[in-house]
Design a protein around this ligand. Structure first.
Ligand SMILES: [Zn+2]
Ligand SMILES: [Zn+2]
Ligand SMILES: [Zn+2]
Length: 319
């Protein structure tokens, strides 16, 4: 590290190195500490970027939640204030308004993993730590190289960096084996493949290491290699769709209209794809998708009746 390394950057590196030390200690009880350290370290790297972007004489304005006006040499200046520094949400907002691009999904996954171990002790802490390490590896490389212009291999202790590299590679291999078991499933409803193969997460620990327990979609459950929990597809898939389409669900609730995924009229799970016009879980379509009288499209709730609400109303008057 160079002489001009800031406190923030130093703390970030230290936190990540501590996380890796938690991992290499081999003590299962250090899983919570490992994930806390790794997540905190990554957030500090983002703060370092915001610090560097803060205008001179602003008391590093971008890393503080609050701002206040101050008189400096007869001029009004806005400077950072208070005691609270930015957290994940504010960091993301600032990056977005400064037009700095980043793959937030990976960071959100690390955050979910950290939250999970706070509530639930995994059966395979080593696997959880490895997955977190692999995620951190990608995040650290991304922020250091693209935003801070520091080579990760130089910033981090050599042993720490090579541990992260090795574990990330192992993780990738195991994740690929799990993905292959899901890719090979027979009778996956059309439109469900991309979610089943690439986006499922364990509902207990947020791990992506889910292995299909049977060869057929209808019979399979998912066994988590990290926490040991076996979950049914009926639980995992709707949760995944809820996460993937979170923004659409939010907008549909706020502005009215239908989200791209709705409750299936057949199996009653949140897995009915309007785009495919069939359920991604039970593979059934709906009894009626168009009104038999006027031909208008029926909403998912209306689709067990042959007519839209308006036509039913008109018809009932004719009786
Ligand atoms: Zn799990
Ligand atoms: Zn269904
Ligand atoms: Zn109608």
């Amino acid at each position: 590290m160079t002489a001009e390394t800031s406190d923030l950057l130093r703390n970030a590196i230290e936190s990540i190195e501590n996380g890796v030390a938690d991992f290499t200690s081999g003590q299962p009880r250090r899983v919570t500490s490992a994930l806390r350290n790794l997540y905190a370290g990554v957030l500090l790297l983002f703060k370092e970027k915001l610090r560097r972007l803060s205008p001179a004489g602003s008391n590093d304005i971008l890393i503080w939640v609050q701002f206040e006006p101050k008189l400096v040499d007869g001029q009004v200046r806005v400077v950072g204030a208070g005691k609270k520094t930015v957290d994940y949400r504010e960091i993301k907002d600032r990056f977005t308004s400064l037009e700095l691009k980043f793959d937030w999904k990976r960071l959100e996954r690390l955050q979910r993993m950290r939250n999970s171990v706070e509530h639930h002790v995994p059966n395979e802490p080593h696997a959880v730590m490895r997955e977190a390490l692999a995620n951190t590896f990608a995040l650290v490389a991304g922020v250091l190289e693209h935003h801070l212009e520091v080579a990760p291999a130089k910033a981090l202790d050599a042993t720490v960096w090579s541990t992260m590299l090795a574990e990330a590679a192992t993780q990738k291999e195991i994740a690929e084996q799990c993905r292959a078991s899901r890719r090979d499933l027979k009778n996956v409803p059309s439109g469900a493949e991309q979610f089943v193969e690439g986006m499922l997460e364990c509902p207990a620990c947020s791990s992506e290491l889910l292995r299909a327990t049977a060869a057929d979609y209808e019979q399979t459950a998912l066994s988590c290699l990290a926490c040991g929990r076996v979950s049914s597809l009926e639980v995992v898939l709707p949760k995944t769709l809820e996460r993937v389409f979170a923004k659409d669900f939010y907008e549909a609730a706020k502005e009215g209209g239908e989200a791209p995924i709705g409750t299936c009229p057949n199996c009653y799970k949140l897995a009915y794809s309007l785009e495919e016009d069939r359920c991604l879980l039970c593979d059934e379509d709906r009894p009626y998708s168009k009104c038999l009288r006027c031909g208008c499209g029926l909403s998912l709730e209306e689709s067990d009746e042959p007519m839209c609400g308006y036509c039913r109303h008109v018809m009932s008057k004719d009786d």
